[in-house]
Design a binder for this molecule. Structure first.
Ligand code: NAP
Length: 289
């Protein structure tokens, strides 16, 4: 496993494990337990995934020391703002059954995220979180933060896969020292990512799978990946990306697959903002109400 050093000097694994849409508590605990056995140590959950308890149980029951893990969770839109974020953080930590977090992220760039960030700066200074970051923040929002805060996000978690390559965004994050982390590194298999002919060809050349090529490609661009799978054999496959490298020609061929737009979630679209706010009506997806 390779690690990357974040702007504040802490190390983060280049490959982790996401648990979005693993809502069933027993299933999630089993899945995270399997992933720990395979070797994953970075786990990415969120208040809205409704599985923080299960993730925490699997981590605590693993028999592996807390310091070996890198645990991430996120504050949802309903908890934007200074006071609510402080409360949401305590609730998440309680659900996880942990006494500190490795990474706390603002889930969406909506609402009073300035207030949330001030709360997170405080929690960071109190050493209750080892690093703080954001998700789905555009380069302009990140640049704006750089003029208004003492601490910049250590991480921006964004949709990043072969169809949404984010070259310009990565350049700005590089300039600001913000580590990119790819959510949906397979685009959840949508639009045929696993069967793409270019990836199939490259995979054959290296005797690997298209999933492994997709992960390796982001890793080689310096982007941390957090694939999700409920199947142990796929967890093993997705973890096995350290024994090969994509060459310049492979990287250039994959560059041609870019569609240049988010294919799963575009937080700059008014209709998407409306859709995400409509989740606030769902009690499962709001933490403090
Ligand atoms: P993903 O990792 O791109 O894709 C997961 C899908 O791919 C699942 O359907 C899984 O099926 C399948 N899969 C996994 N490995 C495979 C393999 N080797 N061969 C074939 N199929 C495979 O999508 P994601 O879960 O949306 O994204 C990953 C993580 O990013 C999430 O779990 C979450 O932690 C995070 N995320 C964050 C945000 C955000 O706004 N910050 C948004 C979305 C996601 P099975 O499970 O059936 O194997």
């Amino acid at each position: 496993m390779e690690h990357i050093t974040l702007s504040n000097g802490i190390n983060m694994p280049m490959l982790g494990f996401g648990v979005f849409q693993v809502d069933d508590s027993a299933v999630c605990e089993r899945v995270v337990g399997d992933a720990i056995e395979v070797g994953y140590r970075l786990f990415d959950t969120a208040m809205t995934y409704n599985n923080e308890e299960a993730v925490g149980r699997a981590v605590r029951n693993s028999g592996i020391g807390r310091k070996e893990f890198f645990i991430t969770t996120k504050v949802w839109i309903s908890d934007a703002g200074y006071d609510r974020t402080l409360q949401a953080f305590d609730l998440s930590l309680n659900k996880l059954g942990l006494d500190y977090l490795d990474l706390y992220l603002i889930h969406m760039p909506f609402g009073d995220y300035y207030g949330s960030w001030r709360a997170m700066e405080r929690l960071y200074k109190e050493r209750r979180i080892r690093a703080i970051g954001v998700c789905n923040f555009s380069p302009a929002r990140l640049m704006d933060m750089s003029y208004n805060f003492e601490i910049l996000p250590a991480v921006n978690q964004i949709e990043s896969h072969i169809h949404c390559q984010r070259k310009e965004e990565l350049a700005v994050m590089g300039e600001l020292g913000i580590q990119p982390q790819a959510w949906a590194p397979f685009a959840e298999g949508m639009k045929g990512t696993f069967t793409d002919p270019v990836l199939t060809d490259i995979a054959l050349k290296h005797n690997k799978t298209t999933a492994q090529v997709m992960l390796r490609w982001n890793i080689q661009r310096g982007v941390v990946v957090i694939p999700k799978s409920v199947h142990k054999e796929r967890m093993i496959e997705n973890f096995d990306v350290w024994d090969f490298s994509l060459d310049e020609e492979d990287m250039q061929r994959i560059a041609t697959l870019n569609k240049g737009i988010p294919t799963m979630l575009d937080t700059e679209k008014p209709s998407e903002v409306r859709r995400l706010y409509s989740y606030l009506d769902n009690p499962v997806l709001t933490s403090l109400k």
